[in-house]
Write a protein that binds this ligand. Structure first.
Ligand SMILES: [Zn+2]
Length: 198
């Protein structure tokens, strides 16, 4: 998780200015709402509050070359509630549930989620939160690894991100971070093997 608030999106700033000045443009916003909500077909759409991410148009607006692995230190349900809370200034694209590997998508991949604690790494990455605690091995279930690896594999294929440890990293590997997730119990060898099976 990451409670660092990045610079406001210029695009959103302009959009709100336009909507305030010209209410007649509102139907265009309604039309945009018909875009399919999830990027990953197996995911359930559980949107983060608009205030907790930056609207963008990746990979056109920013190139995308990292997947960042996190552990929530919260339950799945609480994590979704935090992302929905507009005062929290935190989000991730996906949350994977430990018990069954269920995947929620909270931020569109085109948008910049606030999960890395670093604007550069937020703009260039997809963030995946895993329900669990870094010091509890029971968090890291087979279902969690399998579902997450499938998701990461699909993301890598979509954006031509190499399926290796240079490009699939832990939050602790983001420059300047003081976060330790996913922690020493996360099995990177197993995870990368599963990602490469897909
Ligand atoms: Zn994290």
């Amino acid at each position: 998780m990451d409670r660092t608030r990045p610079l406001p999106s210029r695009r959103r700033f302009l959009q709100s200015a336009v909507l305030t000045a010209v209410p007649a443009l509102l139907p265009a916003t309604t039309a945009a709402a018909t875009v399919p909500a999830v990027d990953y077909p197996a995911a359930e759409w559980q949107p983060a509050a608009d205030a907790n991410y930056t609207a963008a148009n990746r990979p056109t607006s920013h190139s995308l070359d990292r997947v960042i692995v996190h552990v929530t230190q919260e339950t799945y349900t609480n994590t979704l509630a935090i992302f929905r809370n507009p005062t929290k200034a935190v989000s991730a694209h996906y949350v994977v549930r430990a018990a069954d590997g269920h995947v929620a998508q909270c931020v569109r991949e085109a948008d910049v989620a606030w999960h890395a604690g670093c604007w550069d790494y937020n703009t260039r990455s997809i963030g995946i939160e895993h329900e669990g605690w870094v010091d509890r091995p029971a968090s890291f279930t087979d279902a969690l690894y399998t579902a997450s690896a499938r998701l990461t594999s699909a993301i890598c294929a979509a954006y031509r991100i190499p399926k290796n440890r240079t490009h699939i990293i832990g939050h602790y590997e983001v420059p300047g971070t003081d976060h330790t997730d996913p922690g020493p119990l996360w099995n990177w060898d197993r995870y990368l093997e599963l990602v490469n099976l897909n």
